[in-house]
Design a protein around this ligand. Structure first.
Ligand code: GYE
Length: 347
């Protein structure tokens, strides 16, 4: 075929094929969710006989958080009589405040709030109260003078978790006959201003304060993420060459910290150079406890959806509820992470 004719031929084929290709790409993109950046708002009119609940989740920073979101999604289903509007605040309090105002204007029946930080909630909670919408605080706590601004809290006792970490270290050192030796500790703290971070810091410091030979070299925020955990740990390792213990306030930071320690040529866990104390006890971390990479993991239970739905059932029946409900939590070491525990773990 002559060159000119071939070009005309190819052009014709393209004229026919191009729109089809574009259409196919759009459909593919749609299927993959590439064009659905905006969170879909379910149609509230569908909810006539269901309990409408607005959930403001603080973000998706950790494995624990994903499990917490899944727990809520399992509890507030259509089959269970709920209509849930879910909003992810991506670590920003201002997004949570916007979400709550949005829930108020949609006149939801209940608001569930997992607050990123402890303070700064008065105004918006007052607005919810005036609108007559009960607020249930989930996971982390809010610090407000007027406690009537929320109905109840379903969450974890983070001060107690911090104390458990301290008590475990006491025992551990005693068992190794190291109770009187100098112990150098660094602390990877979670998000600044978050109650889970504040409580764990306070709890651990209370026990540490009873031991003159425990030296907290430095405590630094690492946002509860793997990436930050690794970065801050690398900074600690650069600065101090005699770290004995890392207290990492969640498993994600622990994963990052372990990477940094190994890259620095040091070893972790049972029989290693650096003792690792972690919090959360998600599946992946429990496996690391079982193999001795993490010495101890203070459990924090994210499965709070069921508890909240029980509280809502009580409120619907006009029953009194308590101001605080703490979920049950354990302490895991190599000794008690059995295959049975791992198999039963849903997060
Ligand atoms: O430990 C951490 C998460 O608030 C208890 O937040 C929760 C903490 C949890 O991102 O992994």
């Amino acid at each position: 075929m002559e060159k000119g004719k071939m070009n005309v031929h190819v052009n014709r084929i393209m004229v026919v094929l191009l729109p089809a290709i574009v259409l196919l790409m759009i459909m593919l993109g749609w299927g993959l969710g590439l064009f659905t950046h905006i969170e879909e708002e379910p149609d509230i009119n569908e909810a006539s006989d269901r309990i409408v609940i607005g959930v403001s989740q603080l973000g998706s920073e950790s494995g624990w958080r994903t499990a917490n979101t899944e727990s809520v999604q399992r509890a507030f289903t259509k089959q269970n009589g709920y209509f849930m509007i879910f909003s992810n605040a991506r670590q920003k309090q201002e997004n949570q405040i916007k979400a709550i105002r949005n829930f108020i204007s949609q006149r939801v029946d209940y608001i569930v709030l997992a607050p990123v930080v402890e303070s700064g909630w008065e105004t918006v909670l007052q607005e919810a109260k005036e609108a007559g919408i009960p607020v249930i605080v989930m996971d982390r706590s809010v610090s407000v003078e007027d406690e009537s601004l929320y109905v109840t809290l379903v969450g974890t006792d983070s001060v107690e978790e911090g104390k458990k970490a301290g008590r475990w270290l006491e025992e551990h050192l005693k068992e190794r006959r190291m109770a009187d030796e100098d112990i150098n500790i660094v602390v990877l703290k979670g998000t600044e201003g978050a109650s889970a971070q504040i409580g764990r810091t306070v709890g651990f410091s209370m026990i540490a304060g009873e031991h003159d030979n425990w030296h907290i070299l430095e405590q630094e925020y690492a946002d509860f993420t793997i990436y930050k955990g690794k970065e801050v740990m690398a900074y600690f390792l650069e600065k101090y060459d005699d770290i004995d213990v890392v207290v990492s306030q969640n498993d994600d930071m622990t994963f990052g910290a372990i990477e940094a320690i190994r890259e620095s040529g040091r070893t972790v866990g049972v029989g290693g150079d650096i003792t690792i104390i972690s919090f959360d006890a998600v599946y992946e971390a429990l496996e690391m406890v079982a193999e001795g990479t993490i010495n101890v993991d203070i459990e924090c239970n994210p499965d709070q959806g069921e508890y909240i739905s029980e509280v809502i059932r009580m409120l619907e029946n006009g029953q009194e509820v308590e101001k605080r409900y703490y979920v049950e939590e354990d302490v895991y070491t190599m000794e008690n992470v059995t295959q049975e525990v791992l198999d039963a773990r849903i997060y």
